[in-house]
Design a protein around this ligand. Sequence first.
Ligand SMILES: [Zn+2]
Length: 365
Amino acid sequence: MKDKQTDNDENSKNGDVSDAEECVLSLQMSLTQLGEIYNEVREKEGFKNVSLGNVISVKPTEPPNYLSKADQDIILQYINLAFELKVGLHELLGHGSGKLFKKEKDGSLNFDAPNVLNFETNKQVSSWYEDGETYDAVFGSIGSSYEECRAECVALYLGDVPEILKIFVYEGEEAEVIVYTIWLSMLLSGIEGLQVYNPKTESWLQAHAQVRYVILQVLLECGEDFVKVEKIEGTDGNPDLLLSMDRSKIGSVGKPAIGKFLGKLQLYRATADIASAKEMYDKYSAVKSGTKYPFLDYREIVIARKKPRRLFVQTNTFAENGKVNLKTYEPSADGMIQSWVDRFQEENTDDILEELWAKDKHHFS
Ligand SMILES: [Zn+2]
């Protein structure tokens, strides 16, 4: 489904996508088509999601930019645990929740129209999806990013609920630092994501990056010194950015701000109110200079400090004299190529692939 097609880069901690994650993309593309077509099944019956643990457990080794040393260490140590919790909430309670108000074929409404009030106007709901209209059709080009934003906000909002943390076996201090990691990494991705903002066309080239930038803006806007982004001089003498967040204010400042924003996201989505949705979403997506936080200028720093794309190099195992040997490779392009060459030693790999393709062909015609 369109609202999930970019979920592969859920795995893009700090903005980059590994090859393993591209495998997730191809898997999800096939799964998600069902989700979109049978949206009503998801609403009425339930939903399911897949988390590919072997991909999640790939550990970043490079400290991320734009953080203090203490925060870098936290990200490196806890990002995978935080990420697993965030993805679970994003998929299950994010995409898996949120009713769309619809007029059915027989003219009836699928909600209790006299008693359901629009919480912004305090009046009865006056818009909905007409019979045959879908979310994607109504929300058009912002639909994918907007829906991802809703799911990410659900993850932030529910991430600190003790009962949920317990399901993931996180308690006490560990739970607290994992919640902090979820919020901090979200904001960090909001900065890193500027790499895929195109200032010429004033557009975002990637839905998830836009989502995190939007969330960063919402949390900067809520004030109270909760989040800070400062332009500083880096240790190399070049311009740099420093992101910081007051972890003691997650519950008192961050959560209410995200809750309010999430409420609006869902209200406009439920009531097919694309005009209000677009106005709000465009406002937070704007990248400008000459403002309190000139992210258009910050983007120059982000581009200059862009790190090389991360590689996921797989090991191989070989049987030798009745023993299994593990072979590892350098984390470089050469290492990755050698890993693939060793894995597929047969010279007729192409023939094998072609044979498999022919065998499966009838499933796709
Ligand atoms: Zn998603």
